[in-house]
Design a protein around this ligand. Structure first.
Ligand code: NAD
Length: 489
């Protein structure tokens, strides 16, 4: 369908359409996109794709695959570097639009999160170029491992940090020589549309990098069920991860899934308790809508009272407000349904006899804010300990010694991240060996090296992305064996 006119969202011009084969395309149906800052504010009517749009996008990605995969890593890298420069140029407007669309703090988007999108493209352009093929001789042959681009790749992302999380997956897929169809989440679809403007400006060949908008169960399901797709990379909830895994299995398509978290935040008595309490209060940032957050505070019993005092005072420093205001630290939740979900968890905890130590109510009448909340559960089996809330709700429990701490830390079905505060490096090493998590931070949080593997265990994920791990996933590895003594000619 012919493109819809671009719209102006608070000074940012954005297309509400898909981006397929290098062109904007509308759909006959649309869905409403509203701002969590003020639910009466409709930002856009966004194209609502279905099977036909999924089919067009995969056809475009398939058509562009051979020429794109035949380019050298240097040639593909040049496109990725150009895109990174354009993201850096437009950081302010991307950050502004995303803060209206999903309510993450604008300053943190501007200074940190959107710039990471540019870093993702640069990092993978360079990693793909510098790949050192593994070579060795055995059984009278010279062996070489080669990477072969896999084919059209579907990337499906969640509503929190949509721009950064999408680039984190699309960058290695493209660098490895694959073509991409991206489907952003329907609750925050707009910043990825700006990314497509930059893809056009960077003059990517048509069909190499496509995007379709719409609901997961419609266009998302159509994409993951298309047998022409050769890789699926998903970030979102474990429930959706399961259904995407089933679709992938049907056509034997390798997939990775970065899923939910319920990370432990361990505080030992030998830690700098002020620093631990300050960092624990950071878990309320972005209204707790962070998969990697350490939402289960596990504190050595001898340090409990001192830690709770320090933590309460740090948590009081939070300020609920508009994401565009730099003094705000807690933004609204993404959607009324999500606010109801978070409130529902707390109400069930109350009914269950878990103690609400502070918070436990909505933040601003008529708005989507929720108060930072701390709950002491009646038991480790309480739902509030065992299930991801994805809101500003933490639990606190105590442990007696290191093995008790490990037992509690490993006692949920999740395994995405863990945070440890301790003054002992030897203890940090011991815990690092025994905690069940994809990423473990000691005396820090969210420090990332893009070459490190990233992912979760248990219901927190399948597979690993990051660095060469991602490039391997987006490639078919093959072994070339040449009999020793084979000569030219
Ligand atoms: P979600 O699973 O509801 O949706 C994620 C995406 O999947 C959306 O784009 C949605 O449209 C799509 N989708 C839904 N059903 C689909 C289907 N049947 N087929 C294909 N696509 C479908 O998740 P969400 O609510 O958007 O995101 C929150 C979740 O994401 C939380 O659990 C959070 O922890 C997790 N998350 C994980 C990471 C990580 O790196 N591990 C990062 C961010 C968020």
């Amino acid at each position: 369908m012919r493109p819809t006119p671009r719209i102006d969202v608070d000074g940012v011009s954005v297309s509400p359409d898909h981006f397929i084969n290098g062109e904007r395309q509308a759909s006959s149906r649309t869905f409403e996109d509203r701002s969590p800052l003020d639910w009466s504010w409709k930002l856009a009517d966004v194209a609502r794709g279905g099977e036909p749009e999924a089919d067009l996008a995969v056809t475009a990605a398939l058509g562009a695959f051979l020429p794109w995969s035949s380019l050298s890593t240097e040639q593909r890298g040049a496109f990725l570097h150009r895109l990174a420069e354009l993201i850096d140029r437009d950081v302010d407007q991307i950050a502004h639009l995303e803060s209206l669309d999903m309510a993450m703090l604008e300053e943190s988007l501007r200074l940190r999160v959107i710039a990471r999108g540019a870093r993702n493209f640069r990092a993978y352009a360079d990693l793909a170029r510098n790949y050192a093929s593994r070579r060795w001789s055995s059984n009278g042959t010279q062996n070489t491992v080669l990477r072969m681009p896999a084919g059209p790749t579907v990337v499906i992302t969640p509503w929190n940090a949509p721009f950064m999380l999408s680039t984190w997956k699309c960058a290695p897929a493209l660098a490895a020589g694959n073509t991409v169809v991206l489907k952003p989440a329907e609750w925050s679809p707009l910043s990825c549309s700006l990314l497509m403007d930059l893809v056009a400006e960077a003059e990517f060949p048509p069909g190499v990098f496509n995007m379709v908008q719409g609901y997961g169960e419609e266009v998302g399901a159509a994409l993951v069920n298309d047998p022409r797709v050769r890789r699926i990379s998903f970030t979102g909830s474990p429930e959706t991860g399961r259904s995407i895994g089933e679709a992938a299995a049907k056509h034997l398509i390798p997939f990775t899934a970065e899923l939910g978290g319920k990370g432990p935040f361990l505080v030992f008595a030998d830690a700098n308790l002020e620093a631990a309490a300050e960092k624990a209060a950071v878990m309320y940032d972005d209204a707790g809508q962070v998969c990697l957050a350490g939402t289960r505070l596990l504190v050595e019993s001898s340090a409990r009272s001192q830690f709770v005092r320090l933590f309460e005072s740090a948590a009081k420093g939070h300020r609920l407000g508009d994401s565009r205001d730099p003094t705000t630290t807690i933004s609204p939740l993404i959607h009324p349904d999500h606010l109801a979900r978070v409130a529902g968890f707390v109400e069930r905890a109350r009914t269950n006899g878990d103690a609400i130590l502070f918070g436990g109510t909505v933040g601003v009448a008529g708005g989507l804010w929720y108060q930072p909340t701390l709950i002491e559960p009646r038991s480790n089996e309480s739902e509030i300990v065992q299930r991801e809330v994805f809101g500003p709700v933490l639990t606190i429990q105590t442990f007696e010694d290191e093995s008790d701490a490990i037992r509690l830390a490993n006692s949920t079905p999740y395994g995405l991240s863990a945070i440890i505060y301790t003054g002992s490096e030897a203890r940090a090493q011991r815990l690092g060996e025994r905690l069940r998590a994809g990423t473990i931070w000691v005396n820090c949080f969210l420090v990332r090296d893009l070459t490190a593997p990233f992912g979760g265990t248990g219901i927190s994920g399948v597979g690993r992305e990051g660095g060469d791990y991602a490039l391997d996933f987006y490639s078919d590895l093959k072994t070339l064996q040449i009999k020793e003594g084979t000569t030219h000619g």
